[in-house]
Each structure stands twice: as structure tokens, then as C-alpha cells.
Design a protein around this ligand. Structure first.
Ligand SMILES: *Cc1c(COP(=O)(O)O)cnc(C)c1O
Length: 364
């Protein structure tokens, strides 16, 4: 038998989460964000579940080209834009829309002679201070690009740094509004957190990412509260059981000491599979559908859990590391990170199984 670890990808849940995004942002075009191999889920694998999206947004040019080779015909937006002038003919031939966020890209577009002009999203820096034009430079940039023969259509976009916080959108939205005043181009503002606040944030195109995969963009609202279903469930089994006496330790560095006799379950999953090594003692894991706790340091191929609460557990008992029954956000919180990082980090050696079924009993 094969090593029992695998990631189950529930396409029905992905479809339901996409419908949730559409319902939350009525009237907006939905660009499903599929960067980082669809947040670790596998871009070509999840594509059939994204039929209802108006387009896709991602960072990687090679992945965008693969989508065209697979006859994906809708809009594809490169959200970091291009990096070198010699990439522009490929963008043009593949009909890829691009973000333009700096002066260098603007100048490259002005010089370019392309077979077909590009759709360009001009990015405004509204306080994130990573990518984007200063608000005062936006009108002039749009004017230059509108006059460039390599540009077919302009849109305005920004990325909010605190869309997940109650008081996080008013100020950047005011900055965006002022920067774009009088410019007659469609706009794109919202990520997942912004989609859930569409009435306030608005925009003609929305760019949901994490919500599509069933994790929460917020610190306090859980995925379940938001009506999102987990898409990835990381499943394994117990492959050994040890009986610890009081004061026995477990794992490298003996970072866990049993305070009383109990059984220790050994799970086939470790940091080489993408499980976070820094997940401390106490991080939740499901064994036989019941919540148990990590006991001992996460190692490359294995983790160990306290089986006190699951007397029926045996070698071969089912384990869920995250997904159905155990939100990835809960595991992430225990490991001081976010669901995004855990999903994106799924390692290539983990087998993946795609299903259409699963518990998708959501109210949309
Ligand atoms: C990643 C990304 C998104 C999606 O963000 P989520 O929080 O995953 O919804 C949207 N817009 C841009 C520019 C991004 O880089």
C-alpha cells in the first residue's frame, strides 16, 4: 500500500465558494485569483470548477501561457505585470491583460510595437507601499498609456492593505477615489476581504483568492461564518502507536514530556509534505474525526499526537491535518501563520485526489 497521505481537492466546494464571491459582489466581474498554483491546489486541476469566473488573475507568466495552451479563453490578468520588455510579445500573442505599477513598465509599453495591443490595469498605491503609482502620478500615467499604440484599454486598480479590518478601507478608498477622479475607466479594488465588503468597497472587477479555497481572510470571522467550504482536505493515517509512561518524551529534542501515561499516535505527514514545522505542542489534528493535539516536534515525515481522547484509535485510523472538520485557519492560528501559507506550501510529493463530492451544505 502507498503512504497514506493525500490531499483531497473538493471541486464542488470550490464552485460553491466562487458562487459565494459572485453573490457577495453583485454586478462585478469576478477574476478568480489562481497565483501560486491556485494557492497550492493545482491550477489545471481546479480549472473546471472556475467555469463561472469571468477570468483569472495570477502572477506567473508561464502558468498564464499554459492556460491559453489549454484553450482557456476568458480574461487572464498578470497581477504583478511584466518584468522585461521581451515578455511583451508573449503577453500580446496570448491576450494577457497586465498590471502596470511603475514608470519602467510604462516606458517599456510606450516603446513596444506589438501584434495586438494590451488591456492594462494601472495600479495605484493607496498606502500598501509595495506596488503602484503615487496618487498624484496616476492621471499623467493614464494619459501616456492611453496614447501608447500598444495599449488597447485602461482600467484602474489598487490593493488594500487592511481590507480585513473594520476601519481599514475608508482612507485608502478616499485616496483611490481622489487619484482616479475624472478618469473614465473601470476599476478593480477588492480581494477576498474586500469582496465581503463590496457595498462599501465597490469596483467593476473583484479579485477573490483565499475565499475561493474555503479559508477566511479575516482574523475573527471564520470560514464557516462566511459560508465558505474547505476545498483542500489533507488526509493521512496513524502508521504507528507508542505507549508513553509518565515523563517519557517524544520526538527530536524531546520537546514533549508526557505528564501521565498515554498513547501517542504517529501520523504519516511532516514538514516535507508542507505541514508547518513550527506548529507547537497542542496544535489540533483530527483522529477518527475527533480533535487531538500534537505532542512532540513536527519532523520531516512524521508528526506525533496525544491519543488520550480517542481510545478506539488504531494503526490505520483516519487522520485529517486540515480541511473538512478542521479548518486550515485553526491549524494556521496554532502555528502563528495564516491559512494562505499552509495551503500554498503543500509539497509536490503529496498525492492529490480530486473529488466532486464532499459536504457542501452551504446556504448561499
Ligand atoms: C493575492 C491577491 C489577491 C487575492 O487576495 P486574497 O486575500 O487571497 O483574496 C487580490 N489582488 C491582488 C493584487 C493579489 O496579489
Amino acid at each position: 500500500m502507498a503512504r497514506p497521505l493525500f490531499a483531497q481537492i473538493n471541486l464542488a466546494a470550490l464552485r460553491a465558494n466562487l458562487a459565494r464571491a459572485r453573490a457577495a459582489a453583485p454586478g462585478a466581474k469576478v477574476l478568480a485569483v489562481v497565483k501560486a498554483n491556485a494557492y497550492g491546489h493545482g491550477l489545471t486541476r481546479v480549472l473546471p470548477a472556475l467555469d463561472d469566473a469571468d477570468g483569472l488573475a495570477l502572477v506567473e507568466l508561464d502558468a498564464a501561457s499554459t492556460l491559453r495552451e489549454r484553450h482557456y479563453t476568458r480574461r487572464i490578468l498578470l497581477i504583478e505585470g511584466f518584468f522585461e520588455e521581451r515578455e511583451l510579445p508573449e503577453l500580446s500573442q496570448r491576450r494577457l491583460a497586465t498590471v502596470v505599477h511603475n514608470e519602467e513598465q510604462t516606458a517599456m509599453l510606450e516603446r513596444a510595437v506589438l501584434p495586438r495591443p494590451l488591456e492594462v490595469f494601472v495600479k495605484v498605491n493607496t498606502g500598501m507601499n509595495r506596488l503602484g503609482f503615487a496618487p498624484g502620478a496616476v492621471a499623467r500615467t493614464c494619459e501616456r498609456l492611453a496614447n501608447a499604440p500598444s495599449v488597447a484599454a485602461l482600467r484602474l486598480m489598487t490593493h488594500l492593505s487592511r481590507a480585513d479590518e473594520d476601519d481599514g478601507v475608508a482612507e485608502p478608498l478616499a485616496v483611490f477615489e481622489a487619484a482616479c477622479r475624472g478618469l473614465p475607466y473601470p476599476r478593480s479594488i477588492a480581494n477576498s476581504a474586500g469582496v465581503f465588503r463590496h457595498a462599501e468597497v465597490g469596483g467593476d472587477f473583484v479579485r477573490p483568492g483565499i475565499m475561493l479555497y474555503g479559508a477566511t481572510p479575516f482574523a475573527f470571522d471564520t470560514a464557516e461564518m462566511l459560508g465558505l467550504a474547505p476545498v483542500m482536505t489533507l488526509r493521512s493515517e496513524l502508521i504507528a502507536i507508542q505507549s508513553l509512561k509518565a515523563n517519557d518524551t517524544a520526538g527530536y529534542g524531546a520537546s514533549y514530556t508526557a505528564s501521565r501515561p498515554h498513547r501517542l499516535g504517529v501520523v504519516a505527514c511532516g514538514y516535507a509534505d508542507g505541514y508547518p514545522r513550527h506548529a507547537p505542542n497542542g496544535t489540533p489534528v483530527l483522529v477518527c474525526g475527533r480533535k487531538v493535539r500534537i505532542a512532540g516536534r513536527v519532523s520531516m515525515d512524521l508528526i506525533t499526537v496525544d491519543l488520550t481522547e480517542v481510545p478506539e484509535a488504531r494503526v490505520g485510523s483516519p487522520v485529517v491535518l486540515w480541511g473538512e472538520g478542521l479548518p486550515v485557519d485553526d491549524v494556521a492560528a496554532a502555528a502563528s501563520t495564516v491559512g494562505y501559507e499552509l495551503l500554498c506550501a503543500l509539497a509536490p510529493r503529496v498525492r492529490v485526489l480530486t473529488t466532486e463530492v464532499g459536504r457542501v451544505d452551504l446556504e448561499l
